[in-house]
Design a binder for this molecule. Structure first.
Ligand code: SAH
Ligand code: SF4
Length: 393
């Protein structure tokens, strides 16, 4: 079993299981923690301050194996997308049952002043937002906190973002001396607030100052509006909050984000008004996907501004990323501009999110499935066999 992704408590448990004496657990745990998360070691050999016999014992029972990278694609704009297989961690001590093998995609978006990693919290999603491809996938399971942390470690491995590693030579690389991954967004597959315990533990590990050291202010959790969990996210996890709003009227939001029938707009905004820690310096992001003729009129823009009054907010206009079979189209650029001007004039800066990695289909809501199709197509070409489940998609 791999120790990768374990929380401090899980690591202590793993050491106890190989008879490390109780009085040494803290010290040994702290040593391992630094090697695993601070240095990104992949084997126990290099753990110089850990006595040789213990290193041998560790290696007999455990590994520091990563989930395997099934494929990597690099966009002309430097965006990278990895498909990673999550059955390689072994059954964790936190798990009574072996988790089903799963593949998730992780996307890295380099910008001049930051590098953002988009991680998944679930395989698939139980919600069925009509514009989102993830919502159409059948297989759904929660990721464990270890599997969430592993997404960050795999990305840092590949980006040379641990001491002693070299960054890749293709694509855009962050300037020397800066961290390749400086920000995390939970905007991959799944609804993070339906897997909040795992997200909480993963964030604790990612933000731990002795290891991966990503400030909670640089971690954003996006939700489609699971109102009862929003306060818990603020209190227990302490990350930044993003809300997938997408509509300003309940009738339309009921259609786009069906969860709205349970937690309508006013209820959602009330939870935002009282989000622990929100302030002008720590604004809540409101995501708004631009759907042609659906939610993109100047009237919608004015209503959006009115609704958000009094909430410390940022607005992110997202050009819709079409996927095969969708009934929606992305708004015209001029419509997006008009919408964005209204929002800008109300005091919200640079609100349109530039589409990134479109050439490698690294867009939100269409993760994984496209790669599966491409692979099925490749298999078909290679040996004439196709995966019917994928083809039926
Ligand atoms: N389930 C969470 C987080 C994952 S989705 C949520 O819904 O917030 C991350 C963001 O991508 C959400 O704002 C979602 O609405 C948006 N999104 C989904 N499909 C999209 C698509 N096809 N085009 C553009 N944005 C999309
Ligand atoms: Fe799930 Fe978010 Fe997609 Fe809705 S937008 S189906 S909540 S992943």
């Amino acid at each position: 079993m791999s120790l990768l992704g374990m929380t401090r408590a899980e690591l202590a448990e793993a050491l106890r299981a190989i008879d490390v004496p109780e009085r040494e657990l803290r010290m040994r745990g702290a040593q391992l923690w630094q090697w695993i998360y601070g240095h990104g070691l992949k084997s126990f050999d290099g753990m110089l301050n850990v006595a040789k016999p213990l290193r041998t014992r560790l290696a007999e029972t455990y590994s520091l194996a990563r989930p395997s990278i099934v494929s990597e694609q690099v966009s002309i704009d430097g965006t990278r997308k990895w498909l990673i297989r999550l059955d390689d961690l072994g059954s964790g001590l936190d798990l009574q049952r072996q988790q089903k093998a799963a593949e998730v995609e992780v996307v890295y978006i380099p910008e001049s002043d930051r590098g953002t990693l988009c991680v998944s919290s679930q395989v698939g999603c139980t919600l069925t937002c009509t514009f989102c491809h993830t919502g159409t996938q059948k297989l759904v399971r929660n990721l464990t906190s270890r599997e969430i942390v592993a997404q960050l470690v795999v990305a840092r491995d590949r980006l040379g973002d641990f001491p002693g590693l070299t960054p890749p030579t293709d694509g855009l690389v962050p300037p020397p001396g800066t961290r390749a991954v400086s920000n995390i967004v939970f905007m991959g597959m799944g609804e993070p607030l339906y897997n909040l315990d795992a997200v909480r533990d993963a964030v604790a590990t990612m933000s731990d100052g002795d290891g991966l050291s990503l400030s909670r202010r640089r971690i954003t959790v996006s939700t489609s509006g699971v109102v009862p969990q929003i306060e818990t996210l603020g209190n227990d996890v302490g990350t930044m909050l993003a809300i997938s709003l997408h509509a300003v009227r309940d009738d339309l939001r009921n259609e786009l984000v069906p969860l709205n029938k349970k937690y309508p707009i006013e209820m959602l905004l009330e939870a935002c008004r009282t989000y622990p820690g929100a302030s002008n310096a720590r604004r809540i992001t409101f995501e708004y996907v631009m759907l042609k003729g659906v939610n993109d009129s100047p009237r919608d823009a004015r209503e959006l501004v009115r609704l958000l009054k009094g909430i410390p907010a940022k607005i992110n206009l997202i050009p819709f990323n079409p996927w095969p079979g969708t009934r929606y189209e992305c708004s015209d650029w001029s419509t997006i501009e008009t919408f964005s001007d209204i929002v800008f004039n109300a005091g919200y800066a640079s609100p349109v999110r530039t589409p990134r990695g479109r050439d490698i289909l690294a867009a939100c809501g269409q993760l994984k499935s496209e790669t599966e199709k491409l692979r099925a197509r490749a298999r078909l070409m290679l040996d004439g066999t196709a995966d019917p489940a994928v083809d039926a998609d």
